[in-house]
Design a protein around this ligand. Structure first.
Ligand code: NOJ
Ligand code: MG
Length: 577
């Protein structure tokens, strides 16, 4: 008899395939793991406290050693940095803060030398208000061609002093701002779904469309391998500009009910871009949609064969630490993407959300705040990291592509005690501090334990202070240390590649109980890998015929179980053949 608190997974277990294997020679992006660099915070070459391209180039070896396939860089273009570079003033130049175009070329060249592809950010929904086009629009008259590149409207009310619609901006406040005309009189209003310094472009304007094609070619000709497209669901607005009322909703809302999200007209734009990228031949250049779109079948429309290659799976990212919910999210995503022949693109963290090592340390059913401050209830750091490691172990086994956000390979927590005065996310100001915003997940990387700015640069300057906990988590403190989060990621990425998990079929294992997730992945060559994640409060047996390859945490040896058992909040990969 086995330990009575341990549920034995029956063997051979019953499985049900829910996703078919992909050809072994699938294009690179169909199972790629792409590492997101947030340029301000990765590595600072010139020591001014803000990360930059030369810093990035000097540290790319870390990514080769980690074992990812590609890197995606958040914007490094010319920008007044009112939304950390997502307010672009010139899409075809590098901001002096980050370096020069020559530095960008050197970064791409070094990445390619190391076998890493490079994806850059494209921000087409809006520009910076400093962009020459917007400055020209302000100087020109209502109704002029210059204003046509943006969304200018007359206000309501007798004197036009009321905004054209009730739409709300994502960072707080209304989505319209009134301008002062060249003659000094109060004038028209312009739309900005984000900060007032980010006016929305008018995608009905042929010049806007043409110019973005020029931008795509500009970076493709410099050798980049693809684009992550910002706010891909926002470019087209309902032409009748109806009232909406609600705040631009969270993912769980039906997004296309908002007159500015997920409008059908966006797809034609992406078909054009896909054709342009395809004209560059192989290896394929890719488009990845940042589209907060729900439900899953609406999101799948973005990854039809002639549109995006990938779309971030934010449904998975937002799923709580409950086995039934995670299983459902995986099922939903695979089914929706399979229906259009697309791959799923898994993600747990990025520069806009609480780091998952902290998110999973919050009460499972509680709120998911936009930022955590010193006066807020604090996440349980130990629990959060344990669950984060298990969640990543689960995610990196799933078929399709995956994105990893800088620092998650170190198990970095969110900075949860940043004082208000250092916060820079426009959300903090626009909501009068009601929402703290995203600075806590954007803190500079720790490279060297105990060094100035933990090795982010040589000077010790840092645009956001690093929390104390980052020192022990520095890259050099984890390298070669058995059981460290960094070594876990390295092991997972190496095995994922070796066992072709990204191209494998996926079968659910039945009979494990509601709180245990089990999958069998069968690679194109028939190699089988068992994945188990235990979200129950009791240990679960690892089947005797399964030979453990990697585990997210220590495995407890238990009684008569041959290969031990899998403790709570732990995930494991095991060889079946
Ligand atoms: C999504 C980006 O990821 C976020 O950082 C940015 O603030 C908004 N889009 C607006 O560009
Ligand atoms: Mg710098």
């Amino acid at each position: 008899m086995s330990d009575p608190t341990t549920t034995a997974a029956a063997a051979p277990f019953a499985t049900q395939e829910i996703h078919a294997a992909q050809p072994a020679d699938s294009p690179w992006w169909r199972d790629a793991v792409i590492y997101q660099i947030y340029p301000r915070s990765w590595a600072d070459g010139d020591g001014d406290g803000i990360g930059d391209l030369p810093g990035i180039t000097s540290r790319l070896d870390h990514l080769r050693d980690l074992g990812v396939d590609a890197v995606w860089l958040s914007p490094f273009y010319r920008s007044p940095q009112r939304d950390a570079g997502y307010d672009v003033a010139d899409h075809r130049d590098v901001d002096p803060l980050f370096g020069t175009l020559a530095d960008a070329d050197a970064m791409v060249a070094r990445a390619h030398e190391l076998g890493l592809r490079v994806v850059v950010d494209l921000v087409p929904n809006h520009t910076s208000s400093d962009h020459a086009w917007f400055q020209q629009a302000l100087a020109a008259a209502p109704g002029s061609p210059q204003r046509e590149r943006y969304i200018f409207r007359d206000g309501l009310g007798e004197d036009g002093s009321l905004p054209p619609t009730d739409w709300q901006a994502n960072f707080g406040g209304g989505a319209w701002t009134r301008v002062t005309e060249a003659d000094g009189t109060p004038g028209q209003w312009y739309l900005h779904l984000f900060d007032p310094s980010q006016p929305d472009l008018n995608w009905d304007d042929a010049r806007v469309r043409e110019d973005f094609e020029t931008t795509l070619r500009f970076w493709l000709d410099r050798g980049v391998d693809g684009f992550r497209v910002d706010v891909a669901h926002g470019l087209v607005k309902d032409p009748t500009f109806p009232p909406f009322g609600k705040h631009p909703g969270g993912l769980m809302e039906v997004t296309h009910e908002a007159p500015y999200w997920d409008q059908d007209g966006v797809h034609e734009i992406y078909r054009g871009w896909r054709a342009l990228l395809d004209s560059y031949g192989t290896p394929e250049r890719i488009l990845c949609a940042e589209a907060w779109v729900n439900p899953a079948d609406r999101l799948a429309r973005y990854v039809r064969p002639d549109e995006f290659h990938q779309a971030f799976n934010f449904d998975f990212l937002e799923t709580r630490w409950r086995a039934t919910d995670l299983r459902e999210a995986v099922r939903r995503s695979l089914a929706a993407n399979d229906s259009v022949g697309a791959v799923s693109t898994w993600v747990l963290s990025n520069h806009d959300v609480l780091r998952h090592a902290s998110r999973f340390g919050l009460p499972v059913d509680g709120a998911r705040p936009n930022g955590i401050g010193p006066d807020d209830p604090q996440p349980d750091a130990e629990l959060g990291l344990r669950r984060a490691r298990a969640a990543t172990t689960l995610m990196l086994a799933l078929p399709g592509g995956a994105y990893v956000y800088q620092g998650e390979e170190l198990g970095l927590p969110e900075h949860t005690s940043l004082p208000g005065e250092v916060r820079q996310d426009p959300t903090y100001r626009r909501t009068d501090g009601v929402e703290l915003g995203r600075d806590g997940c954007r803190v500079p990387m720790p490279w060297t334990k105990g060094a100035p700015a933990l090795g982010f640069n040589d000077t010790g300057a840092a645009w956001l202070p690093q929390p104390e906990a980052y020192s022990d988590l520095a890259v050099d403190a984890q390298t070669g240390v058995a059981g460290s989060t960094l070594e876990l990621y390295r092991a997972l990425l190496a095995l994922r590649r070796e066992r072709r998990l990204g191209l494998a079929s996926l079968a659910e294992v039945h009979g494990l109980g509601d709180d245990v997730i089990g999958y069998v992945l069968t690679a194109p060559d028939g190699t089988r890998t068992l994945v188990l994640a235990n979200l129950s409060s009791e240990p679960v047996a690892i089947p005797a015929q399964a030979d453990v390859l990697v585990a997210s945490g220590e495995l407890v040896a238990s009684g008569e179980l041959v290969d031990g058992s899998l403790p709570t909040d732990t995930a494991v990969w095991a060889r079946l053949d």
